[in-house]
Design a protein around this ligand. Sequence first.
Ligand code: ATP
Ligand code: MG
Length: 218
Amino acid sequence: MLRLEGVSVSIAGAPVLRAVQLAVPAGGRVALIGRNGAGKTTTFRTLMGLLEPDAGRVLLDGQDATAIPAHHRARLGIGYAPEERRLFGSFTVEANMLLPAEVLKLPRAEINRRLEQVYTLLPELKTLAPRKAAGLSGGQGKMVALGRALMVGTRAVLLDEPFQGLAPALALRYADALKRLKDALPDVAILISESNPELLIPLVEQSFIIERGEIGVA
Ligand SMILES: Nc1ncnc2c1ncn2[C@@H]1O[C@H](COP(=O)(O)OP(=O)(O)OP(=O)(O)O)[C@@H](O)[C@H]1O
Ligand SMILES: [Mg+2]
């Protein structure tokens, strides 16, 4: 359902992605593995419409979406948990999770339905719900970013290095949450990036390796 077709992207005039080919099928679980600076975040930002390709196309359900702006992609059911989380510290956890759905002006009943679904999938978020985001640990913040991405990502969620910086116990809980997600929401596609492939192997069906902005298939 998500595809990059020969996508090249430059940042500040320097080529970062080179003719990237990548596909995430509907309901598929796909990993994007690469070292620091390989181009993982750039790939996610391009999929979300936050960076414009110099060449190539971004396809959503086979349609050319290269020119669709980022906020419209969220409306198409694509949730994004960026590497650096970007939570509003003075807002509660619940308010942070509600925000993108409210920005999309989803009906209140639908927002509540999705929130309950997220709490069922990730019960620790229910406990954290009233806390201010500023007081969270890095790992808790990653969970909130996953919950927030699920609030709008009815078709796909893009998780940029969700395991980075997680203590081992929390990384295991996060991996469990992803497994539950697979069972509970089989139609939602997931693209996860990581520098260490070991963590993701049990969770995905397919891996792409990115090196210096170029893709190879594992
Ligand atoms: N704002 C920017 N200005 C200049 N160069 C950038 C910028 N953002 C990224 N780059 C360069 O683009 C390349 C890819 O960066 P990107 O952030 O996509 O890598 P990454 O795989 O996500 O790395 P990390 O594992 O460190 O998050 C790097 O060489 C980086 O230096
Ligand atoms: Mg990155």
